[in-house]
Design a protein around this ligand. Structure first.
Ligand code: ADP
Length: 338
C-alpha cells in the first residue's frame, strides 16, 4: 500500500514537470502563431487599402475586411483548441507514462528496503534468542538459594557458549556489512594453493569427525583473486560439507576447467538439501529445517550468503546440486586468468 502511494506521488511529480514544460511550449507556440496571423491580417489589410484595389466597391471591401477579421478569430481559436487538445493528450499519456516510470524507479528501492527490513528483523531475532536464554538461566540461578559452586560454574560455562555464538553471529553480520566496501587485493593465484589452504583450515573439524577430505586438480589453473576472500568462501563450503556429513564419510574437492572459468567443486555424501530449500540456501539467515531444529548448533545461515557475495565480487558464481540423503555438490566458478 505504501509502495502504491509512493509511486502515485512520484508519478505526480513527474507529471507536474511534464505539464510545466508542455504548457510553457504551448504558450510560446500560441504566441508565435498569433503573431504570424496578425502579420497576415496586417498584410491583407494593406493589400485591400492599396490604390490598385480602389476599384473594389466599398461594400465589398467592408465585407472582405469583416471576413478577414472572422478568419483571424477562427484561426486563433483553432490554434488554441489544438494546443489544448495536445495538452490534454500529454496529460493523459504523460500520467500513464509517469506512473510506469515511477514504478520502475521505486521498485529496486522498495526491494532493497524490504530486504533491509527482513534482514534487521532476522538479525534482531537471532540476537534476542541467545540473550533471552542467558537471562533466563541467570535469573533461575539467582533465585536458587542453594546454588553450588559446581552449578554456578556450569551456568557460567553455558553463558560463555552462548556468548561465543553471539560473537560468531556478530562476526558474520560485520563481514556481510563490510563486503561491499572490501578492497580486493587482486593477484594471480594458482587454484591449487587456494584449495590446499582451505583444506588446511578445515582439517581440525574434519579430523574431529574422522572425515577424509580429498583433492583432485585437473591441470594447472590460475585465477586473479583476493586470496584471503576466496579461501574464506571455500572454507565456508568445505566447513559446511563436513558439518552436514556423517562421521567417517568423505568430502572431495575437484578443480576443473569450465569454459572461460575455473570450477571448484566441493562434494559431500551428507544429509543433502531438500528441493524446496535449494532456492533459498544462499539467502541471509536461511537454514534448512533440519539444521534450524538443532538450535544454532550449525550456525546462523550467513555462511553461504557471505561465500556467494565474495565469489560474485570476483565476477563468478556459486551453484548447488543436491539429493536428500545422498549428498550435495557446491560449485564455485571464477574466471580463469587467460
Ligand atoms: P549455516 O551456518 O546454517 O550452515 P549457511 O549459510 O552456511 O549457514 O548454510 C545455509 C543452510 O544451507 C544450512 O543451514 C544448511 O541447511 C544448508 N547447507 C549448506 N551446506 C550444506 C551441505 N553441504 N549439506 C547440506 N546442507 C547444507
Amino acid at each position: 500500500m505504501k509502495f502504491h502511494k509512493r509511486s502515485i506521488r512520484l508519478a505526480g511529480f513527474y507529471l507536474i514537470i511534464i505539464m510545466v514544460i508542455s504548457i510553457f511550449f504551448s504558450a510560446n507556440v500560441y504566441q508565435l502563431s498569433v503573431q504570424e496571423l496578425e502579420r497576415g491580417l496586417r498584410r491583407t489589410g494593406q493589400a485591400l487599402n492599396d490604390p490598385v484595389n480602389r476599384t473594389i466597391p466599398n461594400r465589398l471591401r467592408q465585407q472582405l475586411f469583416d471576413e478577414r477579421e472572422e478568419l483571424f478569430k477562427d484561426a486563433k481559436e483553432r490554434v488554441a483548441q489544438r494546443l489544448l487538445f495536445t495538452n490534454l493528450l500529454i496529460l493523459v499519456g504523460g500520467g500513464i507514462l509517469s506512473y510506469f516510470l515511477a514504478l520502475r524507479t521505486l521498485k529496486p528501492i522498495e526491494e532493497a528496503n524490504e530486504s533491509l527490513e527482513r534482514f534487521t528483523a532476522d538479525a534482531s531475532h537471532e540476537l534476542r534468542t541467545p540473550i533471552t536464554a542467558m537471562r533466563t538461566e541467570n535469573e533461575v540461578a539467582l533465585m536458587n538459594s542453594k546454588l553450588t559452586t559446581l552449578q554456578a560454574k556450569k551456568i557460567l560455562q553455558s553463558n560463555i557458549e552462548e556468548l561465543d555464538k553471539l560473537t560468531d553471529l556478530m562476526n558474520g553480520l560485520l563481514r556481510l556489512a563490510s563486503l561491499d566496501k572490501t578492497q580486493l587485493q587482486l593477484k594471480s593465484i594458482a587454484v591449487e594453493n587456494l584449495v590446499q589452504e582451505s583444506v588446511q583450515r578445515t582439517l581440525p573439524l574434519a579430523e574431529k569427525k574422522d572425515i577424509l577430505v580429498t583433492t583432485k586438480i585437473g591441470g594447472p589453473a590460475t585465477v586473479i583473486c583476493d586470496q584471503t576472500s576466496i579461501v574464506e568462501a571455500l572454507v565456508i563450503l568445505v566447513d559446511n560439507a563436513i558439518k552436514y556429513s556423517p562421521r567417517k564419510s568423505e568430502v572431495s574437492i575437484v578443480v576443473r576447467k569450465s569454459g572461460k572459468n575455473t570450477a571448484i567443486e566441493v562434494a559431500d555424501k551428507g544429509v543433502g538439501i531438500k528441493a524446496t530449500a535449494l532456492p533459498h540456501i544462499f539467502e541471509r539467515f536461511y537454514r534448512a529445517d533440519s539444521s534450524r531444529n538443532k538450535q544454532h548448533a550449525n550456525g546462523y545461515g550467513l555462511g553461504l550468503s557471505i561465500a556467494k557475495d565474495i565469489v560474485a565480487l570476483h565476477g563468478g558464481d556459486i551453484s548447488v546440486t543436491s539429493t536428500p540423503g545422498k549428498g550435495s555438490t557446491f560449485t564455485v566458478q571464477i574466471p580463469t586468468k587467460q
